[in-house]
Design a protein around this ligand. Structure first.
Ligand code: PLP
Length: 228
């Protein structure tokens, strides 16, 4: 049997960017309004460095400690890197997260929002914040419930003075993602929020069709995550 030659990281990135452009074009959207977040969690360092060499500058991580170990020096070397936290955040890690990340996508409860607001003030650091919405109302998943979203967004603004620039969701596994993307978009529209972080390796083109501004692609870019 013929073996498929393995694509380089550079080729994989070029393919994903081209698919983003095609999906945007087909909806009459401007591809430059869509940011590709390369989800580097658990990926080996050589793949991450190859991605940097290929020109990628926006990366997503889901754990503070892992991100710190990987990105502290690389960020010093490439100051244009933008790091996005896409995993749940504990309040006791809020200070570290605010110091390291440029964007926290997973604000999901008032207590966390308060810790993040306090850390931003203490560090005099203005990072971007997204609120995670649990569109599938899954018990085991983080995120504000859709029916609580409007009030949550209002309270974060009124009580903490925080500006929320986007919403994020992770649709339930094994369900069509479209209705979840549509719901997230609806909540964002009625609350005057411009950015939508939705769409992963399997469904980023669908998400773009629903107005995603930030797609989070891991395995389709880097190859399967190597877990030990
Ligand atoms: C891991 C992860 C991704 C990337 O998943 P792939 O299916 O590998 O693209 C995106 N978003 C979140 C929140 C993740 O945890």
């Amino acid at each position: 049997m013929m073996q498929t030659p393995e694509l380089s990281i550079r080729e994989r990135r070029a393919q994903i960017i081209s698919r983003i452009e095609t999906a945007a074009d087909s909806k009459g959207l401007n591809p430059s309004d869509i940011t590709l977040t390369a989800v580097s969690k658990v990926q080996p360092d050589d793949r991450v460095d190859a991605m940097l060499e290929a020109g990628q500058r926006v990366f997503g991580e889901n754990r503070v400690q892992e991100a710190k170990a990987r990105w502290k020096e690389r960020k010093a070397e490439y100051p244009e890197i933008k790091l996005r936290l896409i995993g749940p955040l504990q309040t006791n890690k809020a200070e570290e997260a605010v110091a390291l990340f440029d964007v926290i996508e997973t604000i999901d409860r008032m207590k966390l929002a308060a810790f993040v607001a306090k850390a931003m003030k203490a560090q005099d650091r203005d990072i971007e914040l997204f609120v995670q919405i649990n569109t599938g109302e899954e018990e085991q998943k983080a995120g504000v419930l859709p029916q609580d979203a409007d009030l949550f967004l209002k309270e974060v603004k009124d009580n903490l003075g925080l500006k929320i620039s986007g919403l994020m969701c992770i649709p339930p596994v094994g369900e069509p993602a479209g209705p979840h993307f549509a719901l997230l978009r609806k909540i964002a529209l009625r609350n005057g929020i411009a950015n939508l972080s939705m769409g992963m390796s399997e469904d980023f083109e669908i998400a773009i069709g629903f107005g995603s501004t930030h797609v989070r692609v891991g395995s389709a870019l880097f190859g399967e995550r190597v877990t030990t």
